[in-house]
Every structure is written in structure tokens, then in C-alpha cells.
Design a protein around this ligand. Structure first.
Ligand SMILES: *[C@@H]1O[C@H](CO)[C@@H](O)[C@H](O)[C@H]1NC(C)=O
Ligand SMILES: *[C@@H]1O[C@H](CO)[C@@H](O)[C@H](O)[C@H]1NC(C)=O
Ligand SMILES: *[C@@H]1O[C@H](CO)[C@@H](O)[C@H](O)[C@H]1NC(C)=O
Ligand SMILES: *[C@@H]1O[C@H](CO)[C@@H](O)[C@H](O)[C@H]1NC(C)=O
Ligand SMILES: *[C@@H]1O[C@H](CO)[C@@H](O)[C@H](O)[C@H]1NC(C)=O
Ligand SMILES: *[C@@H]1O[C@H](CO)[C@@H](O)[C@H](O)[C@H]1NC(C)=O
Ligand SMILES: CC(=O)N[C@H]1CO[C@H](CO)[C@@H](O)[C@@H]1O
Length: 276
């Protein structure tokens, strides 16, 4: 994986330079970086795919195009692009990346761009709702509306797991614990985006396996990796039932042996978020 820049979900205003993130050389690129060599360096050292962080003050559109091209043409590998802002969405579509992570939260994606995403056939989209910040255009409403538009247009959406621990959401601290976020994402898919429960479950299982080209998992089949939940109640009746877990297995091992529920600080979601 190429990690260009650290993920940053909440920013005070919109233009926090990503170069201030705690990622060190050689995983940063600059305006004069030879990005082809950069991608070669990462793949020659065993990366499975490229992961470009497109952001304000991030790599230029031309650099992104070159990186995606190198990944694809020289290595036959995938390119994924993190894009939270309208600018980054434009760039990631321009670069013909395979997948875009997140939906923009600082504006409404134009119908023309959605049509291009569909036509290029390259963009399963992970959506997240973490980005709200006062005195900026980053709102939950933008993110939710964009996710609805993408879904209604037929763009494949897959569930994201993005978890950042504690974060400052408009002045109050919110816990975003690992693993629980995936369940919340499914609830959002059903309750906000308008998916059926079956579509939401596929978006967390077989669809990501397909889009990330990991054929050994994603469905319950002989020879596939046994990452399984056994639930107490049917998630097709109520998607929130994915949280009512009776047993879990990771690669065939019962997960209760590996995991301490006391370590998890759950918070209601999205009840603790600002409701704009
Ligand atoms: C790619 O990087 C972004 C930003 O660091 C991160 O949010 C995302 O989870 C990464 N995705 C993958 C598939 O590695
Ligand atoms: C792999 O990374 C090392 C540094 O960790 C670097 O010296 C080497 O040149 C890289 N290999 C290739 C083939 O790019
Ligand atoms: C994205 O592209 C569209 C169409 O080219 C353009 O109208 C819009 O201003 C761009 N938005 C940003 C933030 O770059
Ligand atoms: C929000 O968007 C409006 C209209 O696109 C723009 O005029 C304004 O400057 C933006 N505000 C911020 C803080 O980005
Ligand atoms: C689904 O379950 C949740 C959690 O128990 C509950 O808050 C919600 O009202 C239920 N939804 C429906 C449609 O029954
Ligand atoms: C942020 O908090 C302030 C003060 O509590 C509130 O007035 C404002 O509506 C909140 N902003 C958002 C975007 O929720
Ligand atoms: C610019 C470029 O080569 N993009 C490629 C990214 O990967 C997808 C799927 O492998 C290709 O269709 C794009 O051409």
C-alpha cells in the first residue's frame, strides 16, 4: 500500500495542509516528486495496490493520473483514492482510479460527474459521515445527499470501516471505535441512503471482496476464509441486528477468544452527532 498522507477526518475549516500530518518521507510526495519512481519504489517493496490521498494541498491531478497509470500499466495493480472534498472527487475521476473512498461533504456532486463515475465503471465508493466542522461547508447533509445521489444513479457503494478513535466533532468529543463503525455504516446505508438490508449486507461482504479483488472471502463457501458472525436476530428484518452478535469467527477461530468487549466504548450513533 502506498500511504501518501495521513487520513484526517475533521479539519478546522477546509484548508488544513495534509503535509502537516504525521507521515514521514519517503511516503510523502511533493510538487517536484517523480511520482512514477515513487510508485515503482512502493510496488517493488511489496505493495498490493496504490492508495492516493487526494486533498486540498495534495498531489496534483497530473501526478494522480501518472500514479494511477503506473500502477495499472506497469504492475497491473489497482489504484484507490481517498477523496473527501469536491476538488479531490474531480481529481480522482480524472485519474480513472478504481475506487474512491468517501463521498464529498463540502458540496453537492454534479450529475455530470456521477454519470462519468458510472460510465468509467471504476468507482465503488466508501462513504463516511465524520466530517462536520463549523464555519465551513463540510456538512452531514452534503455527505448524505451525495451518497443518496450516487446510490440512486447506480454507482456501487461499499461499506467503509474508517475508525479514528476519539475525534472532535464541532467542539464535543465523539468516540469512533474500530469495528462498530462498520455496523453504523450499514445502518446509514439502509436508513439514510435507501438500500435494502440485503444490499447493505452485500456492501460489507461480497461487494468489497469483489472490488478489492480478494476472492478468498466475502461469502460463506467451502474453501473461503471463515470470517463469520452468528447473530441472535435476523438483520434482514432490522439492519441494527448486526450488532446483536451471538458468536464471531476470524479465519475460523472463535473471536470471543481474541476480543475483550470491555475494551469497546460504544457511543450511540448518529445521536451524538450534530444534526444539521
Ligand atoms: C487509504 O488512505 C486513506 C487516507 O490515509 C485511508 O482513509 C484509507 O483507509 C486507505 N484505504 C485503503 C484501502 O488503504
Ligand atoms: C525498497 O525500499 C528500500 C528502502 O526501504 C530502498 O532502498 C529500495 O531501493 C527499494 N527497492 C526498490 C526496488 O525500489
Ligand atoms: C469540478 O469539476 C467541475 C466540472 O469541470 C467544475 O465545474 C467544478 O468547479 C470543479 N470543482 C472543484 C472544487 O474543483
Ligand atoms: C461554501 O460554499 C459557498 C458557495 O459555494 C462559498 O461561497 C463559500 O465560500 C464556501 N464557504 C467555505 C467556508 O468554504
Ligand atoms: C431496529 O432496531 C433498533 C435498535 O434496537 C431500533 O432502535 C429501531 O427502531 C429498529 N427499527 C425498526 C424499523 O424496527
Ligand atoms: C456546532 O455547535 C454550535 C454550538 O453548540 C451550534 O450552534 C452549531 O449549530 C453546531 N454546528 C454544527 C455544524 O452542527
Ligand atoms: C490511468 C489508469 O491506468 N487507470 C486505471 C486504474 O485501474 C482501472 C482498473 O484496473 C483501469 O481501468 C484504469 O485504466
Amino acid at each position: 500500500m502506498i500511504l501518501l498522507l495521513a487520513d484526517c477526518i475533521i479539519v478546522p475549516g477546509e484548508a488544513t495542509p495534509y503535509s502537516s500530518a504525521s507521515i514521514l518521507d519517503p511516503n510523502l510526495i511533493y510538487p517536484d516528486t517523480d511520482v512514477v519512481r515513487f510508485v515503482q519504489y512502493q510496488f517493488n517493496n511489496g505493495s498490493d495496490y496504490t492508495n492516493i490521498t487526494a486533498e486540498v494541498n495534495g498531489p496534483s491531478t497530473e501526478q494522480q493520473i501518472q500514479m494511477v497509470k503506473t500502477a495499472h500499466q506497469q504492475y497491473g495493480k489497482q489504484n484507490m483514492t481517498h477523496a473527501l472534498s469536491m476538488l479531490a472527487y474531480n481529481q480522482s475521476v480524472e485519474s480513472v482510479t478504481d475506487g474512491i473512498q468517501h463521498v464529498p461533504d463540502n458540496g453537492i456532486v454534479l450529475v455530470e460527474l456521477i454519470q462519468r463515475i458510472l460510465k468509467q465503471g471504476h468507482s465503488p465508493t466508501l462513504k463516511k459521515y465524520f466530517a462536520v466542522s463549523p464555519s465551513s461547508n463540510r456538512t452531514l447533509d452534503h455527505a448524505e445527499t451525495n451518497a443518496q445521489h450516487l446510490y440512486q444513479a447506480g454507482v456501487p457503494l461499499i461499506a467503509g470501516t474508517d475508525s479514528v478513535g476519539s475525534l472532535n466533532m464541532n467542539g464535543s468529543m465523539v468516540e469512533v471505535p474500530f469495528a462498530l463503525t462498520l455496523h453504523y455504516e450499514l445502518q446509514n446505508f439502509v436508513n439514510i441512503v435507501g438500500m435494502s438490508s440485503v444490499e447493505a449486507l452485500d456492501a460489507a461482504t461480497r461487494d468489497p471482496a469483489k472490488w478489492h479483488r480478494v476472492p478468498d472471502r466475502g461469502s460463506v463457501e467451502v474453501q473461503k476464509r471463515a470470517d463469520l458472525f452468528m447473530l441472535n436476530f435476523d438483520p434482514l428484518v432490522n439492519i441494527s441486528n448486526t450488532l446483536d452478535i451471538h458468536k464471531a469467527w476470524s479465519a475460523g477461530r472463535e473471536a470471543s477468544q481474541l476480543y475483550d468487549p470491555a475494551q469497546v466504548k460504544a457511543v450511540p450513533y448518529p445521536a451524538t452527532l450534530p444534526d444539521n
